[in-house]
Design a protein around this ligand. Structure first.
Ligand code: PGA
Length: 244
């Protein structure tokens, strides 16, 4: 049975942007009626980003509830600001901060317990793609979360498939390559929970104003997680329109 899933476009500013850029987005970002548009600026701008016509997400949280964790930000702080989403397991955090599958799973659990919606990122490096082990690799990333959060975690989460070789490289996965992995993810999760048909699965990795429409037209691609192209409001608007 096929389900109509709402599209989503999330902009991951990473460690980019400033207050002036945020003002531009507040004024000029167009949110299509039938699309969730989520802006994820650096943490210091979150308080300034909320309360507008788009949704807001953080780029990370601590796996701890509170306490002596200098520099970290808790789920309850995000709730306090009415930030509703959080990107977790992004490959840059897995690489730069040694975040393991298990740590990412703990963070997903923390976010779910706090009522935040995780945008849970998975995706393989180039050598895994070349060795033909993509499905096993992303399945291990997903199963780490299922083990800790249960097989219903995705009822309140969004998955973002982001092949590492496509992030920031200008080398996007072809629509067929992305669709193949998205279909695998949905089928894998459907085996234990039929609600996987309703889950939003985003594609990320060099999505831009020119290639978004073709990617989003694939059966199991429910929108995108956008890095570089989310820093220009005109380009980001075109991508949001492509989803709508
Ligand atoms: P990119 O980044 O669009 O710049 O490739 C995507 C991401 O890392 O989320």
């Amino acid at each position: 049975m096929s389900h109509v899933r709402k599209k989503m476009v999330a902009g991951n500013w990473k460690m980019n942007g400033n207050r002036a850029l945020l003002e531009q987005f507040k004024q000029h970002l167009i949110v299509p009626d039938n699309t969730d548009v989520v802006l994820c600026p650096p943490a210091v701008y979150l308080a300034n980003a909320v309360g507008s016509h788009y949704k807001v997400g953080a780029q990370n949280i601590s796996e701890h509830e509170k306490g002596a964790h200098t520099g970290d930000i808790s789920c309850s702080m995000l709730n306090d600001l009415a930030v509703h989403y959080v990107i977790l397991g992004h490959s840059e955090r897995r690489q730069d901060h040694n975040e393991s599958n298990e740590l990412v799973a703990q963070k997903v659990k923390c976010a779910l317990n706090a009522g935040l919606t995780p945008i849970f990122c998975i995706g393989e490096p180039l050598e895994v793609r070349e060795s033909g082990e993509v499905f096993a690799f992303v399945q291990a990333q997903i199963d780490a979360v299922v083990n800790i959060c249960g097989n219903e975690f995705f009822e309140k989460a969004v998955i973002a498939y982001e092949p590492i070789w496509a992030i920031g490289t200008g080398k996007t996965a072809s629509p067929e390559q992305a669709q193949e992995v998205h279909a695998f993810i949905r089928t894998h999760l459907s085996k234990t929970n039929s609600d996987a048909q309703k889950m939003q699965i985003l594609y990320g990795g060099s999505v831009n104003a020119d290639n978004a429409a073709e990617l989003f037209a694939q059966a199991d691609i429910d929108g995108g997680l956008i890095g570089g192209a989310s820093l220009k409001v005109d380009d980001f608007n075109i991508i949001c329109q492509a989803a709508g």
